[in-house]
Design a protein around this ligand. Sequence first.
Ligand code: IPE
Ligand code: IPE
Ligand code: MG
Length: 238
Amino acid sequence: MPPTAKTVPRHIAIIMDGNGRWAKTRGLPRIKGHEAGAQAVRECVEGCGDLKVQYLTLYAFSAENWQRPKSEVFALMRLLENFLKEKTPELVEKNVRLQAIGRLTDLPQSSQKQLHKTIEQTAGNNGLTLILALSYGGRLEIIDGIKSLLRAVELGHIDKGMIDVEMFSKHLYTRYYPDPDLLIRTSGEMRLSNFLLWQLSYTEMYVTPKLWPDFTKKDLFAAVEEFGQRQRRYGAVE
Ligand code: IPE
Ligand code: IPE
Ligand code: MG
């Protein structure tokens, strides 16, 4: 049973980790783990739809993941393209709007093309907003945000005395979305790995030892259930 509406986070962010280990325990190549991970994405999107979550941000490829062997990077890019191509009709049908954050121009041309195609084809949907973080790095995003602010100051659009938390947020890739309420990381690692450094300031964290390809709707509901028990204080007193 999905948790009750009042405890549901508006925005869930997920560090989908453990695909490689999942494959390794089965004696399979790492890419098989990524393929299984893509299935878990489908299930998770569906679960968020059931729960009426408004935003789901998935860490799909980090700025640091380019350091992996070329063959793995290539396979991941192809998987992304195929996933988008194949799932676009389903996203449309389920009223999901696709968005992306990160240095998207670093992606291969064909991946960029498919990504923009899916973004366009789902632009009119008003259900779940699914945000893929691709070639995404939190520190790079902050640097890009600073550059964007400096440009606005140079052009005279803003005065530097006006810069505050809210304004800076409007110069980040995530400017159109609220900060995540719940961060889930699979595979048990207790780190952020350069994900949404600015936006996660007051996000509730949930780490599960389950590897990403094994993460089911039930696991998602368990995370949301636990989120409902948390007391968010934002540094204040009750
Ligand atoms: C997460 O799984 C997927 C990506 C980073 C693209 P990993 O590939 O990091 O899997 P592990 O951490 O090696 O098990
Ligand atoms: C974080 O996982 C990036 C994604 C899930 C896309 P990594 O596997 O790259 O992170 P580290 O290396 O364990 O910190
Ligand atoms: Mg990993």
